[in-house]
Design a protein around this ligand. Sequence first.
Ligand SMILES: *[C@@H]1O[C@H](CO)[C@@H](O)[C@H](O)[C@H]1NC(C)=O
Ligand SMILES: *[C@@H]1O[C@H](CO)[C@@H](O)[C@H](O)[C@H]1NC(C)=O
Length: 581
Amino acid sequence: MAFGPADVGATFCVRCLLARPMLRPWLLLAAAALAQQVDPLGDEDTKNAGIRISVNGHDTAQFVMLDSRWRYLYTVDGKSCASVSTDPGDMERCYLQGLKASRYSDSYGVFVGSPNNRAVTLRYATKDPDAPTPNYGSRVYLTDGEGYTQFAPLSGEISFDIDISKVPAGMNAAVYLVSMDTYGNMNSISNSGVMNVAGWRRGLGYCDAQCPTDLRFVQDKGFNQNNHYASCCPEMDLFEANRFVSAMTAHPCKLTSESVCDASKNKKCKAECDSNGADVNTFREYGPGHALFNNVDVMLPFTVTTRFITDNGYANGTLVEIEQELIQNGRAFKTSLTDQGAADTAEKFRSTNPFGQVYGGLAQMGKSLRAGMVLVIALWSDAGANMNWLLGINHLLHWLDSCDANKTEYECEKHAKFDDIVWEQAQSVKPGIWRGPVDYYPDFAESFETKDVAFNYAGIPLQIKRQVAFSCRGCETKDAPCDCASVPYAFTVSNIEVTHQPPRKQKPTKPSPSPGGGGGDGSHLVMQILVPMGIALAVAACLAFLCCYVCSEDDVENVRVRRRRKKLVKCQDTSESSSDS
Ligand SMILES: *[C@@H]1O[C@H](CO)[C@@H](O)[C@H](O)[C@H]1NC(C)=O
Ligand SMILES: *[C@@H]1O[C@H](CO)[C@@H](O)[C@H](O)[C@H]1NC(C)=O
């Protein structure tokens, strides 16, 4: 997004005008008519809290953006949007809260630039004294301050250090790539005719290969009433882990970029993407003796390096192998994902191989990696289903940490006391159904969530046998002096290094009629575009008039200016220096 001189003048001018108490209510009203979803006086500065990463060997600033679903959605009078209306247009006209850097940490447990300026730490449970209930988990994206950063590591690599010493069984510390829109669908116009002006600046636009329907807003469709829409896009899970188990998974989709599926009409929206994916999970293949802690000391940080190898060694080639190394103290543990390997794994575990047969395998995944994908860092637990994600609230179709079997073949619940014997029995019935020890306590609410638990199968390091409950007991009441310190879980990603061919940056989509896109009739679409554009033009004309009239009269008396643009810039200079003094 390049700001021309005129835009800069206009921005400065708005600030100058906002400094005038008499004009402020009118300006806010104008903003309310135009600016859906982003609070006009919101205090989030998209460059206010950053980390340093390395891109093609250059030290680069990146900023961390919390996803929109964690943000308060409120009306122009500061009321909770959901308590006032359920009309999609009203919801879209509500504001998504901007967050100061301190609120990232105090309310959501997102510590940007901590413990050093190359690191971000996500704490699992956090209680802001002003919030009624604790916050659990978070999901953040990297931005360069002008949109989500797109990484295109095809024939390149992504490397980072990770500390999962405080991520227990039943929790997922995830670092992954998804084909989200660079601008979080900014400037798109919803079915109810409201323009999304918040976009990436408030963490909008999420999609993944599970085609989630539980998002509040979906891409260019606006408010997702009754979970109508599924938000699908290719996903490359670099590392999903806790201190027992890790997985690397490729999830290509039929399309190489994001798409929306109408879940009210199409029951099989999930089929747009390979929601199972092709994964490498050593626990699944070799059992408890080959859990993550057998490969690295999980109590210390280690490096995860993932390379995307093409057939000709260039980014214009076809992806043929994803190689991953876990490196600690100069020792590397290596895994690899190929189309043949994915087919063998499918055969070994007696399931079909949609990855290769339906979704185009690594070649298809490679196309998305070439086009550029957004980096996601997330920490979550699955209260619904013990990371047995098939049944989970997230309706995910793969399993990090749990037992996965067809009931007539093997009833996981009847063999919940997980140990080496159970693992061997299950292996003889159906290899690969165990992905980790979590079903040792099958009822999440009766165990992980509210009670401390312990695992006892052979070979498990002493320090990670016991773990405390996930919920902040006693923090639920507003006045209790409680910061959830009893829940010590957190994870840290640091020293992110990417080598890639940066994709060409496009401007945010301009509203334009897309045949078959909106499903509305022609005149309706034209109205959707003309009305907001008309309002925008009218407001711009008013602002220009006000700015030149008011600012030039009052603020620029002793400045000789020949052209209006210079007046505008000067006007803002005056207001800034007066607010500094
Ligand atoms: C791929 O890129 C390499 C290096 O830029 C170039 O030499 C080669 O001709 C390209 N191949 C194709 C098929 O475009
Ligand atoms: C479960 O397994 C049985 C026996 O192998 C099979 O007949 C049945 O179709 C399977 N059910 C599902 C839902 O896959």
